[in-house]
Structure formats: C-alpha cells, structure tokens
Write a protein that binds this ligand. Sequence first.
Ligand code: CA
Length: 222
Amino acid sequence: MILLLEDDPAIADTVAFALRREGFAVEHRAWLAEARERLRAAPVPELLILDVGLPDGHGLDLCRELRGDPQPQLARLPVIVLSARSEELDRVLGLELGADDYLAKPFSPRELVARVRALLRRAQAVPPAAPGFVVNGARVHLDGQPLSLTKLELGLLLQLLQAPQRIHSRDSLLDAVWGTSADSGDRTVDTHIKTLRAKLREAAPGRDPIKTHRGLGYSLEP
Ligand code: CA
C-alpha cells in the first residue's frame, strides 16, 4: 500500500488514479496529523509520497521524524517528496532529510509511477543489513535456527539490528530497552549482552556478530 500525503485534491486525485490504474493500493491523507496517525497503524505502508507544503506543517519534518523512528519499517520507509518549488535547495534539503527521491511540481503522473516502481524495486533489492537474521515480530532466527531469548535479550538484539555496524552506547541501550525509569547500571547491559551472545553462538557456531567497543558500547557486524 502506498500512502499519499497531499493537500491539493486535484493533484491527489490524479496521482491516486495513476497509481491505482497500475495496480497499486493507495491511501490518501491531506493533513500531516492524519498521516502520522496512519503510519502508526497496521499495515505499515510500503512507500510514502509526501507533499512539502501541508496545511498543518512541513512535509519534510515528517521525513526527518521517520528517519529517526525506532520502528525499522518506518525508519526505512521509502519516501518520494513532491514540491511546488523546483529550487535546488529544496531538493538537496529533501534528500538530506532522508527522502529517497524528489519530484518538482508540475510532474507527469507517469513519471511519478515510474519513480515509485524504481524505488520499490530498490527497496526490495537492498540486502538485509545483518545477514543471517530473520525477525518476525518477537521471533528471531539466526542462520535458520530459532533463538530462544528473554524479553530483555530480544530488546537488545532488535535495538542492535536497527542500525547494525553503528556503535550503540550502553546508555542508549539502557534507555531503549529498560526505559529511562529503570534503576539499572551499565553492568546490567553487559550481563544481558553476555547471555545474548552465548545464545547467538549456540545457534551459529563460529559467528560472533556482537562486537564490543571498549569504552563505547556494542555493534552488530556480519
Ligand atoms: Ca501542498
């Protein structure tokens, strides 16, 4: 499903019509607030078409929010930005804030459909960021082996999987997994990383995907 956020009814109708004719399911929203609400609901859209000038704010703000979202599906949601202004600055800003593609108005619906197809293909072709891991809700497999994780181990692993190869500090892991109210220290993180690591080794002997960065934190590496 493609979520179309556009407040101009004529443009929204044209775009939705062109996409539906090509077999895409489309949901349309005209307000940022409505789109934010829809993005929190299931199923998560496969792609977002985002107008910049909206009655309740700036479309690029939503783009930036998405890129920082803790839910990986939202953080990686393909975004095409539509803007009435074709200035280079807008284009650069859009791409810097995490948009995947950019179209200046007026554009041909056929061009937009082609961009949508290309972007969906690209999104599907991206190899998994952490090879070997398959996540399905609370169930995680490594190299085909189901992992039997505690709630905290699962939380830590999902956190690492969201941005593999990035170093996650103990503080950020504590915040994300235990919550800010938790009365726990750095050692708590280390303890659960240790048991998580043992379970990963058991499922995939010879692999040790969690790397320790002394004094900094942990990352996940292929
Ligand atoms: Ca607009």
